[in-house]
Write a protein of this length. Sequence first.
Length: 331
Amino acid sequence: MEDVAAVAGVSKATVSMVLHNDPRITPATAAKVRAALAELNYVPEPTLSRIAAHRWDVTKAHSVSTLAYLSARNKAGAPSERFRGAQSQAAKLGYAIEEHLQVDYPNPLTLQRVLNARGVAGIVVGRIYEQAPAFVKAFDWSHFPVVACGMGYMEPPFHTIIPNFHQAITTSMNQMREQGCARIGLILPLFKDHDFQLSVHDGYKFSAYYYETSLYPESERIPPLLLRYEDYGNSVSDWCIKHRPQGVILPVSHPFSTILRSLPPEVQPRIVHSVAASSAHPETPGWELPHFQMGAMAVRTLHTMIITHELGVPAKKTIFMVSMDWRESTR
C-alpha cells in the first residue's frame, strides 16, 4: 500500500479508503489510485483483508492507528507487564502499539520527530523519567493525547493510572484489626537523600494510614517509619523495639519481611502485609501491583481521548486508581 501511495502521489490512508470504496474519495483521486494499483499489479492478501475489515469496525480505531509507549526499561530487560497490558488492550481496540525506550532518545526533540514521522495517534508514558521535569518541558505534548501509566518520584502532569494504594492500606489495617492487632505500623521509604520527602505513591499510603490511625485510641497509634533504603536494617529493628507493633504494612516484601522475621519473638510483629507482594517472596502475603490492568486502562483512557480529540497537558488532570488483588502467603 505504501508503494501504491507513492506512485499515485497520495497517502497510504487514501489508498486504503479507495480499496474500501469510501465515498469521501473524489472520482479523480480514486482513478489515480486504481491506475497505480493496476500498474503495480496489487492483489490484496485474503487473510490480511479480513484482519483489516475487523479493524474497521466502528467500535474500534478508524484505521490501523499506532500508539507509542514510552518506557524507561533497560534494553537488556523484557517488556514490562504494563506494556503487555497496553499491548493487549490496543489490539482489542484496533491499534498497533510500539515501545520506545528512553535510553534510545537522550534528546526528547529527537523522540518527538520520530513520533511525528510515524504518525503516532497517542502516547502512554510508561514510567516517569529521572530527568522528568526537563523532559516534560522540552517535549511538545500539544500534538498528542497523553496518558501516564504509573508515577515515580515526580507526579506526571497528564491523566494518570496508578494502583489504589489507599484501598490496599485501609483494607489491610481493617483486616489486622479484625485479627486482634491493636497497634499497626507502616514502613515507607524516603525519596533518595531527602529527609522528609516521600514519593507521590508513598504519599497516598501515608495519608491513608494517618486517616485510619486517627480513628484509633491514642495509645494504639504508631508513627510510620520513614527511612532510606540504605538505612533499613537497624532502623526497622529499633522502631519495632521502641513501638512494639503487632501488625506491620511493608512497601515491598523483601528485605523488610526478612528483617522482621529475624527479630526476637517478644518484638516480632504477629501479622505482616506488603503493598507490593511478589511471587519471588511467597512468605509475605499482601497486595499485588496491577501492572497488566494499569497498562490496559491507560490504553482505554487514551482511546477515549483520541475520539474526543483531547491533546496535550490537561488543564485539570485526573488520577484513575486500579484496585489491587490480594495474594495469600504460600508458606
